[in-house]
Design a binder for this molecule. Structure first.
Ligand SMILES: C[S@@+](CC[C@H](N)C(=O)[O-])C[C@H]1O[C@@H](n2cnc3c(N)ncnc32)[C@H](O)[C@@H]1O
Length: 323
């Protein structure tokens, strides 16, 4: 499969859809950059490319300096006499900074793993795929990326409020490349999972989940009866299913207020339970958790808890009365 071509098809199709489904101003410039990166580097290592266009949809920290123009210039200056010594010192400081960030992450992830073993040992047992070649940490002889472990913790905390044995159909809006789908399908194989994200981000999800679950994905433009469905945002009106659980994490906070209202309307008409984890007040659209509650009525706020990792975030659960 040529994924750059698939992503271009997704974008061309999205261009014909109503503007409400277009990427907001934050995402628009990233779309073309993403496809250019796939053409240049191949999609196989998309989780290892230290470029902000990919990191923006949560591929994770790379723990190494980005290929910025400033650092390239500094590298060139290192060869010069006298000035080179300052550039050398700067390059060393940058390396030390990234080394420390990695070692702090290593420490944090050991704590996260220990917590998981305590509150969700079955989730801690799950094995992460290496598709996309993410930077990994060795944790008691297991290998984990930062993003996978943090997602495991998020699901473990959500599970304290939702009985996943009764959840059969999940939709995630803004699911990025599909870690939630990977975890849910590995732990609960009876769950059907639909991921909705912008064109062309959904192309990364199609690549990732098709490789983690070969033959188990219905991709863009396909209508097979698979357990995993990848859909672009502009295909939302075609989704007629009813879902037990709607998920949105770190994503409503970066959409326009109109887009959030549209997805909230979809959530309250197509699902029984809604899990949101976004900034308490979005810095870009100004919406708060209370606004989400208003938009989701008649759903009722059933639970909220503190985010262990981002203090500004508010994990919150809404339920249709009686569900
Ligand atoms: C910061 S990432 C978070 C990804 C993932 N939910 C996580 O927790 O790691 C935000 C995601 O929202 C998606 N997104 C932004 N605007 C969207 C829209 N209008 N419709 C669907 N997805 C959108 C982005 O493409 C991206 O994958």
């Amino acid at each position: 499969m040529n994924y750059a071509a698939l992503m271009k098809d997704m974008l061309a199709d999205a261009d014909k859809a109503p503007a409400i489904f277009s990427p907001g101003p934050y995402w628009k410039p990233h779309a073309d950059l993403m496809i250019g990166l796939v053409e240049r580097h191949g999609i196989e290592k998309f989780r290892a490319i230290p470029d902000k266009a990919l990191i923006a949809f949560a591929t994770g920290n790379q723990f190494k300096p980005p290929a910025s123009r400033a650092l390239k210039l500094n590298d060139a200056l290192r060869r010069l006499p006298v000035i080179g010594r300052f550039s050398d010192a700067l390059a060393r400081d940058v390396d030390i900074g990234y080394g420390r960030a990695r070692s702090e992450a290593n420490y944090k992830l050991h704590v996260v793993f220990a917590l998981l073993q305590e509150i969700a040992p079955d989730l801690a047992e799950l094995k992460e795929s290496s598709v996309g070649n993410p930077p990994v940490f060795s944790i008691y002889e297991r290998s984990f990326s930062e993003m996978f472990l943090l997602k495991l913790l998020e699901i473990a905390l959500l599970r304290q409020h939702v009985d996943f044995e009764n959840i059969k159909n999940v939709v995630e809006v803004g699911g990025s490349y599909g870690l939630v789908g990977e975890i849910l399908r590995k732990r609960y194989p009876a769950i059907r999972y639909t991921l909705v994200d912008l064109a062309p981000v959904a192309g990364f999800a199609q690549y990732y989940l098709s490789n983690v679950f070969p033959g188990g994905v219905s991709g863009f433009g396909e209508k097979t009866d698979a357990a995993i469905h990848i859909r672009c945002a502009h295909q939302l009106p075609e989704i007629g299913d009813h879902f037990d659980l709607f998920i949105n994490v770190a994503s409503f906070q970066e959409m326009s207020a109109e887009q959030v209202a549209m997805y909230a309307n979809f959530a309250r008409t197509h699902s029984d339970i809604v899990y949101l984890n976004n900034n308490r007040k979005s810095g870009s659209n100004g919406l708060t958790t209370d606004d989400y509650a208003r938009l989701l009525q008649p759903m009722e706020r059933a639970a909220s808890w503190n985010s262990t990792l981002h203090e500004g975030y508010q994990p919150v659960l809404f339920r249709m009365p009686g569900k």
